[in-house]
Design a binder for this molecule. Structure first.
Ligand code: BG6
Length: 218
């Protein structure tokens, strides 16, 4: 039976993913890499360094920078992102999510944030969701980020549940792959075609209700 809900953050709990995308686009353009919708889609859920590596690879310039130069570029990207983040507040929670979290809490389910982001604890605070998320996976302690299973395996471990008792929810392809690799039931939020590897895809966060999820996994 489902006891734990493991949530990705950007694109599931809040729409601040667009701020990541904007900060990455600025970074890509400074590096001379042309921004495309495909790059934007591929970056969903990748961690900071992996995202930068992806952009450099698309531009064919991955060998032109040393590790410390890459770290400096990634740090500048984060600075840009943190500027956008200053304005984040409870109105940035995606539609239906507050209701879902309140229902989950009332029904005694466990919840945790399984995001690739190092900024996740700060964002949960700014969104006013600390009452639901007392647990957030610390990605800096993991060997591999999404699409590897580590984040979702750690989430189940922190909830003290077996992966078979958890569902993972993500809006990105690498996130869905991470959930699947962890052997958890995977719920995608977004485009069915892009997220076709998920066990079930809901078009929007407003479709994420306990009843809909239970119905899908009867
Ligand atoms: C993911 C976003 O949730 O977090 C990525 O989809 C972002 O775009 C990643 O790069 C890492 O976030 P942070 O806050 O650690 O730089």
């Amino acid at each position: 039976d489902i006891k734990g809900w493991c949530f990705d953050l950007h694109g599931v709990i809040t729409d601040s993913w667009i701020y990541h995308a904007m900060a990455w686009q600025e970074t890509a353009e400074i590096l001379g890499v042309t921004w495309t919708d495909d790059i934007q889609e591929q970056l969903k859920g990748r961690d900071r360094m992996d995202s930068l590596e992806y952009i450099l690879q698309v531009g064919g310039i991955q060998d032109q920078y040393t590790l410390s130069e890459k770290q400096a570029i990634a740090a500048r990207k984060n600075k840009r992102y943190l500027k956008y983040l200053q304005k984040m507040n409870p109105s940035d929670v995606l539609p239906g999510i507050n209701e879902l979290l309140a229902d989950l809490q009332a029904d005694g389910y466990q919840m945790i944030i399984a995001s690739a982001s190092q900024n996740a604890p700060l964002e949960i605070e700014k969104l006013g969701l600390t009452k639901y998320f007392t647990k957030v996976v610390d990605v800096t302690q993991l060997a591999h980020n999404k699409p590897a299973p580590d984040v979702f395996l750690k989430a189940a471990e922190m909830l003290e549940l077996d992966v078979s008792e958890c569902v993972g929810i993500d809006d990105g392809l690498v996130g869905v792959q991470s959930i699947n690799a962890a052997n958890m039931v995977s719920i995608g939020v977004g485009d069915q075609q892009i997220l076709h590897e998920a066990d079930i895809v809901f078009p929007s966060t407003t479709d994420l209700t306990i009843a809909n999820v239970r119905q899908a996994f009867k």
